[in-house]
Design a protein around this ligand. Structure first.
Ligand code: GRF
Length: 190
C-alpha cells in the first residue's frame, strides 16, 4: 500500500516542492495527503495549492495552548489517513499530543550534522564556528530540539572562500535530493 504523508512547513517550502517533484517523477512512491502550515501567508501554501495538495493552515496565537491546536491537527491527519508526518521547515517544537498519536512516525530534516548545531540558524552557526565539514541530518522527532534518533546524514564540505549564502545554497541542494530519497527508503521499510 502506498504510504500517505503529511508535510508540516512554515516558510519557503523548497523541500516541500522537492518532495512533490520526487513523487511526480516516480522516485518517491507515496501520496502527499496534506500540508499543515502554521503561517497562513507562507509561500509554501501557494506551492501546495499549485500541486493540488490539500492545505490546513492555522494561527497558533488563536488557540489556548499547543495541546488544543495539535488535537485539531490530529483530527486533520486522521481524516486524511496519514501514515507519516514529515517536517520540512516547520518552525515549532512538536508537543506530546502529536508525539503520542504518531510514535516513531514523525521525521525531521535539519541543516547540520547533528548533534552539532541544533536549533535555529544551524548553517550560520556552522559557518561561524569555522567547521570544514557540515551537512544535513534526517531524524525521528522526540520531545527535544533536534535530538531524536538519527536516520541518515549527508556531509557537505565548506571551502575556505565560501560565504554563508554559498553554503546555504549547497546545503539546500543536498536536502532536495537526499530528503525524498530517504523518505522513499522509510516508506519501503515501514
Ligand atoms: C531547511 O533548510 C531545513 O533543513 C530546515 O528548514 C529549512 C526549510 O527550507 N529544517 P524550505 O522551507 O524547505 O525551503
Amino acid at each position: 500500500m502506498m504510504k500517505r504523508i503529511a508535510i508540516f512547513a512554515s516558510g519557503t517550502g523548497s523541500n516541500f516542492q522537492a518532495i512533490i517533484e520526487a513523487v511526480r517523477k516516480g522516485n518517491l512512491h507515496a501520496t502527499i495527503a496534506l500540508l499543515i502550515c502554521d503561517k497562513p501567508e507562507a509561500p509554501v501554501v501557494e506551492k501546495a495549492k499549485k500541486a493540488d495538495v490539500p492545505v490546513f493552515t492555522f494561527s497558533p496565537k488563536e488557540f489556548a495552548s499547543k495541546a488544543v491546536f495539535e488535537s485539531i491537527i490530529c483530527e486533520q491527519l486522521q481524516n486524511a489517513k496519514v501514515d507519516f508526518i514529515v517536517l520540512a521547515g516547520y518552525m515549532r517544537l512538536i508537543g506530546p499530543t502529536l508525539l503520542q498519536a504518531y510514535p516513531n512516525k514523525i521525521i525531521n530534516l535539519h541543516p547540520s550534522l547533528l548533534p552539532a548545531f541544533p536549533g535555529k540558524a544551524a548553517i550560520k552557526q556552522a559557518v561561524e564556528a569555522g567547521v570544514k565539514i557540515t551537512g544535513i541530518t534526517i531524524h525521528y522527532v522526540d520531545e527535544g530540539m533536534d535530538t531524536g534518533p538519527i536516520i541518515a546524514q549527508k556531509a557537505v564540505p565548506i571551502d575556505d572562500e565560501e560565504t554563508l549564502l554559498d553554503v546555504e545554497r549547497k546545503i539546500h541542494q543536498v536536502e532536495h535530493i537526499f530528503y525524498p530519497q530517504t523518505l522513499q527508503k522509510l516508506c519501503l521499510r515501514e
